[in-house]
Ligand binder design. Structure first.
Ligand code: FE
Ligand code: FE
Ligand code: ZN
Length: 275
């Protein structure tokens, strides 16, 4: 099982890799820059090389980079869209130099302009930024559907992908908390949900998992992550989810409300329960 958690790279990539090992992980997720936006730090190549060695020595799976929350390609404000475009492009350029093959971001919120307009704005930016020489997969995160969030349904994700020119570079990251909140019943009908995903998006587009329990009820369109087994999804459904043949080989990332010790306990528990 390839499993890790979200970790800070404030003290460098190598430090994050060591922290991953400390908590029993063989991957991790990191923010490409301050999650609320801002300038990315200069790349430290000796630090990156040390991470690469550590990953090779310890059989790490794919790492996942997460774009900042303030990146909203579907904004009604030009300045916000320009910032999103700058971030997205710069993040992908930088990831070409980091041993990380997956870049996840929130598709965006249309802030009242409507889903169609929002999707048009998103795909305009992706198409003008994503280049053939980018070697990182771009993953659209499936969202809970709070407010005017785009990506609340498999159909919306499919519509975005349909409009992207370099489709071979695009995939999806399912967040268990989000899709349960968005009305996909992974507790009682996992097979049905995955079948629907396959029919709508294509299962081969599914490239990473955010594994979270939810504080909110099914279909509430609320985005509140909970510790594994302590929320409305529950431990049995989570174990069943990651044991599924379409999921078990994907890299899995915890974004549960935890410190390192809490992540370690969850990883230990899941490694025991999923054989
Ligand atoms: Fe996210
Ligand atoms: Fe997530
Ligand atoms: Zn979330």
């Amino acid at each position: 099982m390839i499993i890790g958690s979200h970790l800070s790279i404030a003290k460098g990539f190598y430090k994050a890799g060591q922290e991953a090992l400390d908590i029993g992980a063989n991957t991790f997720q990191f923010f490409t820059r301050n999650p609320r936006g801002g300038k990315a730090k200069d790349l430290d190549f000796s630090d990156i090389n040390k991470l690469e060695d550590l990953m090779n020595e310890n059989d790490f799976g794919k790492l996942l980079a997460h774009g900042p929350y303030t990146l909203n390609m579907a904004s009604a404000t030009e300045k916000t869209r320009e910032f999103a475009k700058m971030c997205f492009r710069e993040d992908l350029d930088r990831l070409n130099h980091i041993p990380c093959d997956l870049y996840n971001f929130h598709p965006g919120s249309h802030v009242g302009q409507g889903t169609d307009k929002g999707i048009e704005l998103i795909t305009d930016i992706i198409n003008s930024s994503l280049r053939e020489d980018h070697n990182t997969f771009v993953l659209l995160e499936a969202m809970s559907g709070k407010g005017t969030e785009i990506g609340r349904s498999f159909e919306e994700l499919r519509t975005i992908i349909d409009e992207i020119n370099l489709k071979d570079k695009v995939g999806v990251c399912i967040d268990t908390c989000h899709i349960y909140s968005a009305g996909y019943d992974i507790v009682n009908n996992l097979e049905g949900v995955l079948e629907e995903f396959d029919k709508t998006v294509g299962i081969s587009r599914l490239m990473a998992i955010h594994l979270n329990d939810s504080k909110m009820p099914f279909n509430s369109n609320k985005d509140r992550h909970e510790k594994i087994g302590k929320g409305t999804i529950g431990l049995d459904a989570i174990v069943n989810f990651i044991s599924n043949k379409h999921i078990r080989d994907l890299p899995i990332f915890l974004e549960t409300p935890n410190e390192l010790a809490g992540y370690k306990a969850e990883i230990d528990m899941l490694r025991q329960l999923v054989k």
